[in-house]
Design a protein around this ligand. Structure first.
Ligand SMILES: Nc1nc2c(ncn2[C@@H]2O[C@H](COP(=O)(O)OP(=O)(O)OP(=O)(O)O)[C@@H](O)[C@H]2O)c(=O)[nH]1
Ligand SMILES: [Mg+2]
Length: 411
């Protein structure tokens, strides 16, 4: 990958769109470009009602981009919208430079981040599916030799090969992913049989999910001030204050206008979220556009079928706020996950939410039934446990999931 490739960003502004939303999507495109090691040397925008079907923007604007690129010695032009295969080709012919769109940029970042076998296969699948309809008549300006943003992944060597070859590779990856998905299902089933309680951390990219995950599980998931630092879901054990053990998963960050091929490719990863018992939604409260980001995540959760799970919203990075934060959603907490006290507050709050959702119980367990006692401790939240010498047993008070099989042992 080339570092500091000079890039021109191009965006069409729909007159219906609010200025603020437009600016923040442009800002995001800039962050994405920087995450991909690009250096933005110029931003060109145009207010325009309708997209030109063949060239996206008008003749004059393309000329302006071409001139600006020559002047700045830019090597790459990135469009904020998804371009059709025809538009991509025509623009690139007119400008004489490599042109990519937002989707390709995101795919490129993902390609550089994927670590596991599954993650790599998913990214490759998404890239090939994106590439396939765009293959016919790739001009020389689109040649992938030489590297740079938008060229990572499978494109480099396979571009010259024909469609059939790519289609075969797509089929092959799908088959392999099927196997991985089956393994993952098996693993999930085992966890379910073990009745493990699962928490999924979700949120917009860069919200602080991995930072929280690492602090509460003592692990080292890649945390950085970059978009899409985490691609592969990680699951580890975490202890809640009552001693209740939960499994917690760190997940890929969400973003607006995630390319559809990527959502499809990452579906199995995202489905981890739907299998969870509890969602921890992390929001970067210091981000100027956090309301929109919060909505984007909630919509995606709905789409995945995870909209009904108990959810705790954590407004993070409060250290960067100058005023008291007014939350949007409840239950919620405003915190900085850099602060150990706040970490404890989050864990307490998770139990508090569970107490609302779960059934309260009292049960007496004879001391001789050690195994049952262990089960209650492991699979429910025990808030008090008293030993009665005369009765030779323990009185437990706690909370349990309404559908947990252990409930049948409580009279
Ligand atoms: N100031 C401040 N920075 C924070 C806080 N929490 C996290 N950060 C920083 O925010 C950046 C992003 O954190 P990550 O934990 O990587 O974010 P993420 O949600 O996992 O991001 P993706 O994996 O890209 O989806 C890092 O530089 C963190 O150090 C906080 O409470 N305050
Ligand atoms: Mg992360």
């Amino acid at each position: 990958m080339k570092t500091n490739e000079l890039v021109i960003l191009v965006a069409r502004r729909d007159p219906q769109e609010q200025e603020e939303r437009f600016q923040s999507s442009l800002q995001e495109l800039q962050s994405l470009t920087e995450t991909a090691n690009g250096e933005v040397c110029k931003i060109i925008t145009q207010k325009r009602d309708r997209v030109h079907p063949a060239t996206y923007l008008g003749e004059g604007k393309l000329e302006e981009i071409k001139n600006a690129a020559e002047e700045a010695d830019a090597e790459l032009v990135i469009f904020n919208d998804e371009l059709s295969p025809g538009q991509l080709r025509n623009i690139s012919d007119k400008i004489g430079l490599r042109v990519i769109d937002r989707s390709q940029l995101i795919l490129d970042i993902f390609a550089g981040r994927a670590n596991t076998k599954e993650g790599k296969l998913q990214v490759e699948l998404a890239q090939l599916q994106y590439l396939l309809p765009r293959l016919a008549g790739q001009g020389t300006a689109l040649s992938r030799l030489g590297g740079g943003i938008g060229t990572r992944g499978p494109g480099e060597t396979k571009l010259e090969t024909d469609r059939r070859h790519i289609q075969r590779r797509i089929d092959d990856i799908k088959k392999r992913l099927d196997t991985v998905v089956k393994q993952r299902e098996q693993y999930r089933k085992r966890r379910k049989e073990n009745r493990a309680f699962q928490v999924a951390i979700v949120g917009y990219t860069n919200a602080g999910k991995s930072t929280f995950f690492n602090r509460v599980t003592d692990s080292d998931s890649f945390e950085e001030d970059l978009l899409f630092a985490t691609l592969d879901p990680l699951t580890r054990q975490m202890s809640l204050p009552s001693g209740f053990q939960a499994l917690v998963s760190d997940t890929v960050g969400f973003i607006q206008d995630l390319p559809t091929t990527l959502i499809a490719a990452f579906r199995s990863t995202l489905e981890e979220v739907t299998e969870a018992d509890f969602v921890l939604h992390m929001v970067d409260a210091s981000h100027p556009d956090h309301h929109q980001q919060e909505r984007t995540v909630l919509t995606l959760l709905e789409d995945l079928g995870a909209g009904k799970l108990p959810i705790l919203t954590v407004y993070n990075k409060k250290d960067l706020l100058s005023e008291d934060y007014i939350p949007n959603s409840f239950p919620s907490l405003t915190v900085s996950v850099h602060d150990p006290i706040d970490l404890k507050r989050i864990l307490y709050k998770i139990e508090e939410v569970l107490k609302e959702e779960w059934d309260e119980y009292d049960v007496f367990i004879p001391a001789a039934e050690g195994k049952r006692l262990q089960q209650f401790k492991a699979y429910s939240m025990v808030t008090s446990m008293t030993f009665f010498e005369d009765k030779e047993g323990y009185a437990l008070h706690g909370y349990i999931h309404p559908e947990h099989p252990l409930k049948h042992q409580i009279l």
